[in-house]
Write a protein that binds this ligand. Structure first.
Ligand SMILES: NC(=O)c1ccc[n+]([C@@H]2O[C@H](COP(=O)([O-])OP(=O)(O)OC[C@H]3O[C@@H](n4cnc5c(N)ncnc54)[C@H](O)[C@@H]3O)[C@@H](O)[C@H]2O)c1
Length: 273
């Protein structure tokens, strides 16, 4: 998200001297891109990983717009691809200070209707592999070359804690992701590395379009939130900046909700019978 798209990025030096990897930019609507542009405005040096050649066309111009020339292809389901990506990252950067994991996928057929009836073994394992295990794998690879005082952030959604229509198998994968965040925080804490998750409200991205009724999730998220407004990209990116910079010191193993207060609501406002 560039400033021209209506968001005045706070500029500063909070990430000056820090090098990191951002995984999960697919286009200008990606949450990873919102976070990356904020990190760039605060002086971070970054590598962007992207899924496939088709996406490079979209990711490269975005990267260039914030002065990033280090793009690496990485498919989280393919060990050889991950080996090659992290070898390249180590070769160029040596050490890392942060990792943003903003990657998820589940088959469209499983993001609708009945969870019990529509969840297959293959689909369940795909969602778990790409949306939860990939975080464990990426965090391990990044931590191996991470400086003390490093920070890792992943993206989750309230469907892990509460049932959300159609979110189904992805909700279960997000629950695993959040538990993995806590276990990783425990493991990496003694090495001075913090690990946190941001639970963002529904936002209009490619991934959301894969969920049946995705647009409805945005409207419900707004109407049923404490603030009665959409989750903003600047809010999510601001939270990532806090957690990834030294401002976030002493916060680890946390799931921070950035959803305009959607997660605190237990009942609609209108309770008159
Ligand atoms: N959009 C929302 O409403 C919302 C809300 C809360 C959390 N999230 C989470 O935010 C994260 C980013 O999603 P987004 O909404 O920005 O959508 P997005 O589609 O822009 O990003 C998802 C990314 O995952 C990548 N990906 C999928 N399979 C991959 C693989 N095998 N290897 C490597 N990368 C792969 C895609 O290329 C894409 O860049 C996801 O974890 C998503 O669940 C999204």
């Amino acid at each position: 998200m560039a400033e021209s798209e209506g968001w005045a990025l706070p500029k500063g030096n909070l990430m000056a001297g820090k090098k990191g990897v951002v995984m999960g930019i697919a286009n200008q609507n990606s949450i990873a891109w919102g976070i990356a542009s904020q990190l760039a405005a605060q002086g971070a040096e970054m590598c962007f990983t992207y899924l496939g050649e088709g996406l490079e066309r979209r990711v490269r111009p975005l990267a260039e717009s914030v002065g990033v020339d280090f793009l690496v292809q990485a498919d989280v389901t393919d060990d050889a691809s991950m080996d090659a990506a992290f070898a390249e990252i180590e070769k160029r950067f040596g050490k890392l200070d942060f990792l943003v994991h903003s990657v998820a996928f589940a088959n469209k057929d499983e993001l609708k209707g009945s969870f019990i009836d529509n969840t297959t073994r293959e689909g369940f394992l795909t969602a778990m592999n790409i949306s939860a295990f990939s975080f464990v794998d990426s965090a391990r690879r990044a931590a191996a070359i991470m400086n003390p005082n490093g920070s890792i952030v992943t993206m989750t959604y309230l469907g892990s804690e509460r049932t959300i229509p159609n979110y189904n198998t992805m909700g279960v994968a997000k629950a695993a992701l959040e538990a993995a965040t806590r276990y990783a925080a425990r493991d990496l804490g003694p090495r001075g590395i913090r690990v946190n998750a941001i639970s963002a409200g529904a936002m209009r991205t490619l991934s959301l379009a894969g969920i049946s009724g995705g647009r409805g999730m945005i409207a419900q998220g707004r109407n049923f939130s404490a603030m009665k407004e959409d989750t903003s990209m600047e809010g999510v990116a601001g939270c990532a900046l806090w957690l990834l910079s030294d401002l976030g010191r002493s916060t680890t193993g946390e799931v921070v909700h950035v959803d305009a207060g959607f997660h605190i609501m237990g009942m609609p406002d209108d309770v008159e019978g």
